[in-house]
Design a protein around this ligand. Structure first.
Ligand code: URA
Length: 243
């Protein structure tokens, strides 16, 4: 069900300007809805994804309205944080999107030196549903290792008894597929801090490169280059829970 909100509030919350500025933009004829110049910015409109196809602002399609979920190919060297300095994942998105309310947040995090599939959303309920340990959403990582695999790792990770350093709750079972002497795919259903790196450290190895290729049944598309992102529709979101 779509929610009706005041047009000036909607555009202000999407970073287009203050409510006063939105009114001035409407007066200048810059806001067009269903082919008509918007005169009354206090009118209520239903918010749903179709709005981007129905409204233009200064001749450009409206940004995706709230209820926005994205997939991003996180490149190496960028951080999943609103606070830290240096290059942040939010800097890969259009500048106006940083002023959105509700804000976009990453669904979980990838380390600065991990690449791959990262989801972002402004939908708090969806975020919690994905990261909740109760959801058991599988995440598949490709790891390159410093030392050859010994052959014992698959059983150790699958046992559901492995303790990470400094923790007292064993990890849930995880699936390891050996892809090469120093390469493996690891599928985990939890999201503990630096989990994959710490799991390999627990078996005496060291991860030299880490890439997330899948969340649930949603794979990072081959044609999504590092740093590029894509808006997700409900079918793509459903794949996350279809793992
Ligand atoms: N595990 C890690 O160690 N790092 C990540 O970024 C994700 C999972």
């Amino acid at each position: 069900m779509s929610k009706a909100v005041r047009l000036d509030r909607l555009l202000a919350n999407m970073g287009y300007g203050s409510r006063r500025e939105i009114e001035q933009m409407a007066r200048a004829g810059w806001i067009v809805l269903d082919g008509q110049r918007v005169e009354k910015t206090d009118q209520r409109i239903a918010v749903d994804p179709s709005l981007s196809a129905r409204m233009t602002v200064r001749g450009d399609p409206l940004d995706p309205p709230p209820g926005l979920t994205l997939m991003l190919h996180k490149p190496l060297g960028v951080t999943c944080s609103h606070k830290e300095t240096g290059e942040l994942v939010y800097g890969l998105l259009p500048a106006r999107w940083r002023m959105r309310e509700p804000a976009l947040s990453t669904i979980g995090r990838l380390d600065k030196e991990t690449s791959g599939l990262l989801l972002l959303t402004d939908d708090g309920a969806l975020l919690h549903r994905v990261i909740s340990p109760r959801s058991h959403v599988p995440k598949r990582y490709l790891a390159t290792l410093d030392r050859p695999l010994t052959g014992d790792e698959t059983a150790v990770f699958a046992a559901g008894t492995l303790l990470l350093e400094g923790e007292d709750k064993p990890l849930a079972p995880a699936i390891l597929e050996v892809l090469g002497e120093r390469e493996a795919a690891l599928t985990v259903t939890e999201g503990r801090y630096h989990q994959v790196r710490r799991m390999f450290a627990a078996v005496g190895n060291h991860v030299t490169a880490l890439h997330r290729e899948r969340i649930g049944a949603l794979a990072l598309p081959d044609d999504l280059a590092p740093g590029a992102w894509r808006v997700m529709d409900t079918n793509a979101i459903a794949l996350v829970f279809a793992g």
